[in-house]
Design a protein. Structure first.
Length: 163
């Protein structure tokens, strides 16, 4: 619910140990969160911001509920849900959202949308929602760039320029 949420602009960067943990399986350890070490980085169009629902504590044990939601907010009211448990970096201080994911990969496009696949979990199973999605589809009009391990891969004209 929006009442339990807050805008996170600018979002605090994840601690170096969080980034190290997410990137360790990629062989890209770092002592500080550098964007080139983030396995998958998505830059969204401007103006966008990030919204992270607040964690709700409960006296009752809730197993498999997953973390609070994270959303990219667009000025016309659209809220795009992101897989919070995969986020290792998030920032919206420059007027647009940039989000790094540790266990997802860019898989190209499907039916005109950008396709991202969950390839590994970053948290133990009991901390994840059993209803979590293993695919994320984004409208290309929402995204300005996608980088993998610091190298541009989309749009393809940027990826071609680095070769």
């Amino acid at each position: 619910m929006l009442e339990a949420a807050h805008h996170c602009g600018p979002l605090p960067r994840y601690s170096p140990s969080d980034v190290d943990a997410a990137c360790a399986n990629y062989g890209a350890r770092t002592s500080e969160p550098r964007l080139k070490h983030i396995p998958l980085l998505i830059a969204f169009v401007a103006p966008t911001s990030l919204l992270r629902e607040q964690h709700r504590t409960s006296a009752l044990p809730i197993v498999g509920n997953g973390p609070p939601g994270t959303f990219v907010l667009f000025p016309h009211g659209l809220r795009v849900s992101l897989p919070t448990d995969q986020i290792v970096f998030a920032d919206d201080s420059a007027g647009h959202a940039r989000v790094g994911f540790g266990g997802m990969r860019f898989a190209g496009s499907e039916d005109g949308r950008l396709l991202f696949m969950r390839v590994r979990e970053l948290f133990p199973e009991d901390q994840l929602s059993p209803a979590r999605s293993h695919r994320m589809l984004l409208d290309p009009q929402w995204v300005t760039a996608i980088s993998v391990d610091g190298l541009p891969v989309w749009p393809t004209d940027q990826a071609a320029r680095r070769e």
